[in-house]
Write a protein that binds this ligand. Structure first.
Ligand code: SAH
Length: 262
């Protein structure tokens, strides 16, 4: 597929790709882009790619929808069609680490597909023929995101915990694992902890994005707010968090992230 024709001010700087799975996870980002630069929307493969600027940064903002295939296909289009210089994903996840609570934020250092298993031909979790199980997030981009999260939590954490009856939010850095399951039982969380003791959070897209970005040499960073603890309460907790809280986190973190870059 050929590259989409970009207007003069769009070619000056390669854009940043900004992704979420679900609309609530983008917070006010599209509204901010609409107000600042206006938005040009390109529809490809049943997804809308919104082109504009946020605090002066050229961006392509889109929704991957749910799961590893959806995420891989979408990030691939961001790379090939929109020539993004880097990719940032913002969304929610289930907490797996014992210290990771609802309302906390996890910025990925590493990502792994917890449901990938071609053993005994290849070690469990390893991507066959690539020889890797863990994919690193970009250090600079992740540090910027983590700084944005720390600033958000310092300034708004108290109000958030009162408003949403959560603990005082904390920011964690570490391993995020991804698979094509919504994890929602104590047994499943325990199995993840047993197999991957350093896993902090579980979701359904991040490691697919990290693999594609690794293969194309495109830096990526993933930030996840904990919506549930991947146990029997997860469906209700996820649904409430997504509708009532996820947007406030994404707006708070992404606004600060773009201010720091701008
Ligand atoms: N479209 C449905 C289902 C979303 S699936 C809905 O809106 O109700 C859950 C989404 O949140 C995925 O994108 C996944 O990345 C993340 N997520 C949150 N908690 C999760 C958990 N416990 N297990 C797996 N993914 C989780």
């Amino acid at each position: 597929m050929s590259t989409v024709q970009l207007s003069n001010n769009e070619v000056a700087r390669r854009p940043l790709g900004v992704l979420a799975a679900l609309p609530q996870e983008l917070g006010d980002l599209l509204a901010a882009m609409r107000a600042e630069s206006g938005v040009r929307t390109v529809t490809l493969g049943q997804r809308d790619y919104h082109v504009g600027t946020v605090q002066g940064t050229p961006c392509v903002v889109t929704l991957a929808r749910v799961g590893k295939v959806a995420a891989a296909a979408t990030v691939s289009a961001l790379i090939h069609v929109f020539d993004v210089e880097a990719v940032v994903f913002a969304g929610v996840a289930g907490g797996v680490g014992r210290d990771v609570h609802i309302g906390d934020i996890v910025v990925a250092d590493m990502l792994l597909q917890h449901d990938l298993d071609a053993s005994p031909l290849f070690p469990r979790f390893e991507v066959p023929l690539l020889g890797m199980a863990r994919f690193g997030a970009d250090e600079t981009l992740s540090a910027q995101l983590a700084a944005a999260c720390e600033s958000f939590v310092a300034q708004e954490g108290g109000a958030l915990s009162t408003r949403f009856s959560t603990q005082m939010p904390r920011v964690h850095r570490g391993l995020i694992v991804s698979g094509d399951q919504f994890v929602a039982s104590a047994a499943a969380v325990q199995a993840l902890r047993d197999a991957l003791p350093d896993a902090l959070a579980v979701e359904m897209e991040g490691a697919a994005i990290a693999q594609v970005c690794f293969e194309y040499g495109v830096p990526c960073a993933i930030v996840r707010t904990i919506s549930d603890t991947a146990d029997a309460h997860a469906p209700a907790s996820f649904a409430t968090f997504l509708v009532e809280i996820a947007g406030a986190y994404s707006t708070g973190v992404l606004t600060r992230f773009f201010q720091m870059r701008g």
